[in-house]
Design a protein around this ligand. Structure first.
Ligand SMILES: [Zn+2]
Length: 64
């Protein structure tokens, strides 16, 4: 068996929906629970902005 493991694993990263920054979850400065999901933010300011109007940042797939 062969594993090509590197320390850059994109799947581990989360995206801040406010500014679009990608980072590892443990680097998040703030998180919020929204609709059963944990959303990560790079700064508390981003979380504040999200909380003002979450629907702006959560992209929902159309049902059709
Ligand atoms: Zn941010």
């Amino acid at each position: 068996m062969k594993f090509m493991k590197s320390d850059t694993t994109p799947a581990e990263k989360v995206m801040d929906p406010v500014c679009g920054m990608r980072f590892k979850p443990e680097k998040a400065a703030a998180t919020v629970e929204y609709r059963g999901k944990t959303i990560h933010f790079c700064t508390k300011a981003c979380r504040k902005q999200f909380e003002r109007d979450p629907t702006l940042y959560v992209t929902r797939h159309p049902s059709r």
